[in-house]
Design a protein around this ligand. Structure first.
Ligand code: ZN
Length: 228
């Protein structure tokens, strides 16, 4: 059987920041969890994005954008680090006449654009937990209001909540303030489901929503709820 050659990774040279030795490093342009099942975990624990120096053994995280595609779960996440590229991609993925968008939707994919490694980890954990990222964002917005009352130093702009599931299977939010860890809080699933109920009839299919789901989209969703 002839195997189709797909360029899913490129080799690049990295200079070790510890000892200065230069070595090869595989950069994944596209991660398909069906053709490379071993990457499913390596993307989640970020071990796929760590350069291990063959000279001194020191490890350096390498952060770059790529396409994550899970055909079994029907999830496609494009991680984009560049603003202009993200804007262009967003335009294309919200254009109802776009052939690429049509193909993605016809294949049953949910598509999201993320802008940081934290956002990528957040989306993956949310979809792994079979939750709706739009409702999780609404939940985070209410968590933000609560946290701000208790700990006013939590910046309402330069902060984020990263969803994760702990080893006991409990859903939690890791808080990040000015890029620094700020502790974590449990996700109250009863409150989550109550919010989900509030939005019944107001949300489109997850597959047909805007690919950018973040704090801003939660603010817009709350406005829609208020106008109901
Ligand atoms: Zn080294």
């Amino acid at each position: 059987m002839e195997e189709q050659k797909i360029t899913d990774k490129v080799q690049t040279k990295i200079t070790c920041p510890n000892c200065g030795k230069q070595a090869d490093f595989d950069m994944w342009l596209s991660v398909n969890t069906q053709t490379h099942p071993e990457l499913k975990q390596a993307v989640r624990d970020r071990s796929a994005f760590v350069f291990t120096c063959p000279g001194c053994g020191s490890q350096t995280p390498v952060d770059y954008g790529f396409l994550y595609q899970d055909p079994e779960e029907g999830v496609m996440i494009q991680y984009v680090t560049d603003d202009a590229q993200a804007e262009k991609l967003h335009e294309m993925l919200t254009d109802p006449d776009s052939k690429r968008l049509l193909n993605i939707r016809n294949a049953g994919y949910l598509i999201r654009i993320v802008r940081s490694a934290n956002e990528l980890a957040d989306k993956l954990a949310i979809f792994d937990a079979q939750l709706d990222d739009r409702i999780v964002e609404v939940y985070k917005l209410s968590a933000l209001a609560t946290i701000r009352k208790e700990r006013p130093e939590f910046d309402p702009v330069d902060s984020e909540f990263v969803f994760y599931t702990d080893e006991k299977g409990h859903h939690r939010l890791q808080m990040v303030n000015h890029g620094e860890p700020f502790g974590s809080i449990a996700v109250n699933m009863d409150a989550y489901h109550a919010m989900e109920n509030d939005f019944i009839g107001l949300l489109t299919d997850m597959q047909h929503d805007d690919p950018l789901i973040n704090r801003q989209s939660a603010i817009e969703l709350m406005k829609i709820l208020g106008d109901r």
